[in-house]
Design a protein around this ligand. Structure first.
Ligand code: GAR
Length: 263
């Protein structure tokens, strides 16, 4: 049997995925233990789940930090080693021609919040950080602090759609409104873009003609609760390896992509 990994989680809301992960650790489906739960939202209901299982938890109030920045941008507290130009260069959320002020405001406020998250997170020793309904994009500043070994990324996310279709904040809503006959969820490693990192696992379900958006969400969440623990267990068993691939599509175009191999 493999040694237990230490898992930290970030959540924003109800935390049903968090619960599935906690239960899987407790039942032995995951060779792991939860060592902390953090949130950007002090009201997150999922914190009660951490509390019930005696898992330490903390909140960094992102909304307050963003509001204070809007009122007094010059008072923002940034970490000494944060380099705005480097973050702009690395990030993949916004295209280079997107409004500079908006990119700057986004990166400054998130890095300020992330520095506080890191202060709390760094109190714990952990092997894997799981985003379980964490509704904030992470900047390259934060990602590089956690992913110190680029060959072995250790931040996972679960997304409510079959990526690369429907990235963003409303995966099931986008799937339903598009009229898809199949929906699904994806677990992937985080990279510098929005829901664009290497895919670890996916599960799908049929959308029947009478299904409502609520039906789609329920079907999707049930798949998430199976998929996330399975992917975390692959990590715990050290069975995930990333590999950079290059394909020549036709005479002049190349497609480069980091993919996950499962050993
Ligand atoms: C889940 O559907 C998860 O896939 C989604 O938020 C929900 C959280 O539910 N995550 C995202 O959309 C991330 N961009 P939960 O709090 O009950 O686990």
């Amino acid at each position: 049997m493999s040694a237990k990994i230490k898992i930290g989680a970030l959540i924003s809301g109800g935390g049903t995925n968090l619960q599935a992960i906690i239960d899987s650790c407790e039942s032995g489906k995951i060779d792991g233990e939860m060592v902390f739960v953090g949130t950007d939202n002090p009201e997150a209901k999922g914190l009660k789940r951490a509390d019930r299982h005696n898992i330490p938890y903390f909140a960094v109030n992102y909304a307050q930090i963003i509001k204070q920045y809007k009122q007094n941008p010059e008072n923002i507290i940034l970490p000494d080693d944060f380099d705005l130009n480097e973050a702009i260069e690395k990030q993949n959320f916004f295209s280079p021609d997107y409004c500079y002020e908006k990119i700057k405001n986004f990166l400054l406020t998130r890095a300020s919040a992330e520095a506080r998250l890191l202060e709390k997170i760094n109190l714990y020793d952990f092997d894997l950080l799981v985003l379980a309904g964490f509704m904030r994009n992470l900047t390259p500043y934060f990602i590089d602090k956690i992913n110190t070994d680029h060959e072995n990324p250790c931040i996972m996310n679960i997304h409510p759609a079959l990526l690369p279709a429907f990235p963003g904040v409303d995966g099931y809503g986008d799937t339903f409104r598009y009229g898809c006959r199949v929906g699904g969820c994806t677990v992937h490693f985080i990279d510098y873009g929005e829901d664009s990192g290497p895919i670890i696992g996916q599960k799908s379900f049929y959308i029947e003609k009478n299904d409502t958006l609520d039906d789609v969400k329920i079907k999707g969440l049930e798949k998430e609760w199976e998929l996330y623990p399975e992917c975390i267990q692959l990590f715990a068993q050290n069975r995930l390896k990333t590999k950079k691939m290059s394909y020549t599509l036709d005479n002049n175009t190349f497609f480069n992509r980091t993919i996950v191999l499962i050993k």
